[in-house]
Design a binder for this molecule. Structure first.
Ligand code: ATP
Length: 413
């Protein structure tokens, strides 16, 4: 590991931040104010063109404000040399924004090199951050961006942004260009990455579910980046501040709340497993001994590969490597219950496999566990709707009445 001190994040304050682009009749960003705590992840969410990118670019001075200021750790960024400033602020854009003529390692090494770090330290750091974002340094080091998938390009972009261990990370619609499955996996990894070390992350997106999944707090922006609500994801979904927020974020709030709960919050159990190299006799014995319909076959690196039933094994002439139904979707502990439900539906196994780093098997979550959580969330949503309708006091009175009388507990009409 690197010997550099861990970033603990820095505060980011926006004060009366305004941008008028030449020729624009109204400001693109109009008097935005926001205080972001050190180590906090804040997601700016709003419709296309509402000014999210412009706000981010004023933080790292790619765009100069017409009025107002940005302070990082209390220091006005207008008084900081922009180049030095940007070395302390990682910036990730849609698609990764890599230099096409440089290799992966050269792209990632850019900032530490500019900071004048010795070559051996830079090399070690490149390996470290590639590993951190889930890319095998040996396999990717010398590749050029055109030989990467969209998801891999974004991982390299993230590695580059993290290479100098900046206390602040700006992410502008980073997951916009990747397919939904990769997006959800990368979002999970961001949840993991932001924990250690803590850094301040400001991420812009149009996607409310992404905002709810990733943000400690969510800022819902309207036209000209007006801050319609700046609050916890739960509050934005359950108590939208006005009609704009409820129209933008509130529809289907009960289901969106599934995006608030994580796989790690529910019970993860073990399931019978075998590896591709296990002798067929052993696999059959396990299937019989456990009285289970299916066994999960792992590859040599412990990654889930197929669900295998007795019939599959017999049909494939006994080789676990060739038989079974491929595991299509897996989730990590940081995935939301919504992702997990989608994975269960995609895999038709009645459960979803939970994987850890580098995709290794850690356990499974059953569909019943997921359905119980859905029921609880819907129940909570219904209760809140009732509370809003009858008023808290009345409902409390009803509950007391119900408890005293020993009746079901429904509110009186
Ligand atoms: N360099 C520029 N010159 C003139 N107008 C611009 C410039 N950059 C952005 N704008 C305008 O400012 C407004 C806000 O743009 P911005 O890109 O910040 O919005 P956004 O919310 O990030 O949009 P999207 O979600 O589509 O990326 C838009 O009306 C856009 O057309």
């Amino acid at each position: 590991m690197s010997s550099r001190p861990s970033a603990a994040g820095a505060t980011v304050e926006l004060e009366g931040l305004t941008k008028r682009y030449p020729g624009g009749a109204r400001p693109a960003v109009d008097r935005v104010g926001m205080e972001i705590g050190a180590g906090e992840t804040v997601v700016l969410v709003g419709p296309p063109g509402c000014g999210k990118s412009t706000v981010l670019k004023m933080v790292n001075r790619l765009v100069e404000p017409s009025e107002g200021r940005v302070r990082i750790d209390g220091r006005d960024v207008a008084r900081t040399d922009p180049v030095r400033l940007r070395r302390r602020i990682g910036y990730v854009v849609r698609g990764g924004g890599l230099f096409p003529h440089l290799t992966v390692a050269q792209n990632v090494a850019l900032v530490p090199r500019m900071l004048g770090e010795p070559a051996d330290r830079v090399r070690a750091r490149v390996e470290e951050v590639l590993d951190l974002v889930g890319l095998d340094p040996g396999a990717f080091h010398d590749r050029r961006p055109h030989r990467l998938s969209d998801g891999q390009r974004l991982r390299v972009g993230l590695a580059r942004a993290l290479a100098a261990d900046p206390p602040v990370l700006l992410m502008d619609e980073p997951f916009g260009a990747v397919d939904p499955t990769t997006r959800s996996r990368l979002q999970d990894e961001l949840v993991r990455l932001r924990r250690e070390p803590r850094r301040t992350i400001v991420l812009a997106t149009r996607d409310v579910e992404e905002a709810v999944k990733l943000g400690d707090r969510v800022a819902v922006l309207g036209e000209h980046a007006r801050v319609a609500q700046f609050d916890t994801p739960e509050a934005v979904l359950v108590h939208p501040a006005d009609a704009f927020v409820s129209g933008f974020a509130g529809a289907g709030a009960a289901l969106k709340r599934l995006g608030l709960a994580r796989v790690r919050d529910v019970e993860i159990t073990d399931c019978p497993t075998a590896t591709v190299d296990d002798p067929p006799r052993y696999v059959l014995d396990r299937l019989c001994a456990d009285g289970t319909e299916e066994i999960l076959v792992l590859d040599r690196w412990g990654r889930p590969r197929t669900w295998l039933g007795r019939g599959d094994l017999l049909r494939a002439g006994g080789s676990p490597a060739r038989a079974g139904r491929p595991v299509r979707s897996t989730v990590t502990r940081d995935a939301t219950l919504r992702d997990a439900l989608e994975a269960v539906l995609a895999d038709r196994a009645g459960r979803v496999v939970v994987t850890g780093r580098r995709g290794a098997y850690e356990g499974v979550v059953g569909v019943e566990t997921l359905m119980d959580s859905v029921r609880e969330l819907l129940e909570a949503g219904r209760l809140e709707a009732l509370e809003a309708r009858y008023g808290l006091e009345e409902l409390r009175a009803d509950r007391t009445y119900a408890a005293q009388e020993g009746v079901g507990g429904e509110a009186r009409a």
